[in-house]
Design a protein around this ligand. Sequence first.
Ligand SMILES: *Cc1c(COP(=O)(O)O)cnc(C)c1O
Length: 432
Amino acid sequence: MPSKSSKILFREASRYIPGGVNSPVRAFRSVDSTPIFIERAAGSRIYDVEGREYVDYVSSWGPMILGHSHPAVVRAIQKAAARGTSYGAPTELETEMAKLIVDAFPSMDMVRMVSSGTEAAMTAIRLARGYTGREKIIKFEGCYHGHADSLLVKVGSGVATLGIPGSPGVPRSLAELTITLPYNDIEAVVSAVEQHKDGLACVIVEPVAGNMGVVPPRKGFLETLRKITRRHGILLIFDEVITGFRLTYGGFQNISGIEPDLTCLGKIIGGGLPVGAFGGKKAIMEKLAPSGPVYQAGTLSGNPVAMSAGLATLNILKKNAKAYLRLDRRTVLLCDELQRLFDHKKIPVRINRCGSMFTLFFTKDDVFDFTSAAKSDTSLYAHYFRKMLANKIYLAPSQFEAAFLSFAHRDEDIEKTLHACEKAIRTLAKIS
Ligand SMILES: *Cc1c(COP(=O)(O)O)cnc(C)c1O
């Protein structure tokens, strides 16, 4: 008998923590289940408190591109912690981090470190409003930019999973300043900008959407955003919290060649510690306090332990830029084989992939925005998720999230996953 059980731990957690978790999707509600509690993780594998080992595709929702507890990252954290965990005063590490980021992103002259992606997006919006003197913003349905009030309108991720349009507690007067449009809909953008142009501070977008499941931009979508925002003095913000250092060394902007005015980062740049960042051209960034009037601050911003974990991660990625190609190839192979397994059993699925992130949607139609993603059969996904978990494959507990491969995933992990999928599909064929 294992000494601990996830079910018992979850029951106890639920007495003291709302819903038993510190971030909603972790509760496994949309897959009609209760969470497994984690004991440790290493490489591509994660281990629950009952001693089970899983191939991990959640990757802490994106950060763990090197795999879990990479020795160089762990060493960097240990060394930094031994020198003190926080000073509330500047360190060289912060400049080193800023330089690395600025060098990787041609659209940035300067960058400010914060402690989460939420904080990065929230502050980028405030900066855009402060810089332009305008108040309205455009965001896209199904894109998630953290849970700041202005951005918690028609979002993806956990809110989509729970099937609620927004959130109580967001003042209507603030939500009214947020215009939401369908992702990939160029005409909707053109007409909304025409209508609101003089009041628009910014357009914020995930250049590859990852929070309604993976939805890549259609040809012309980002190009149109860039052209139309530039024409009207509106700032374009790329939220690359997931895509930053996920698809290449840099962001999706390095691949697409389309440069935003501001970029938000998080996840990978923290190497598994709480870090976010936003940056852009000097003229905009210098509007931030203390060089300018737009206020933003943080007790743990640029924290030395977090910077050390991030630096260790980015330095490895920089040295291994070619490894991204291998990672892409491995992901293509996995997606092709998964598609083949489902086709063989005549269960309609659509797999959207960009680099090492992908989503298997239980739908027969093309998925290009939130409405088409929402057509997926979420109860079938829930069944699939539970069967995969029982076969030791840890997927995101929601249809509307991405799966991530890491550099630590090997052929053996792919084989295990395909084998588990084959078994899961046998039971799916009976219910679909
Ligand atoms: C995760 C995420 C955020 C929020 O980051 P947190 O660190 O969870 O606050 C913002 N934008 C995108 C695109 C994300 O995926």
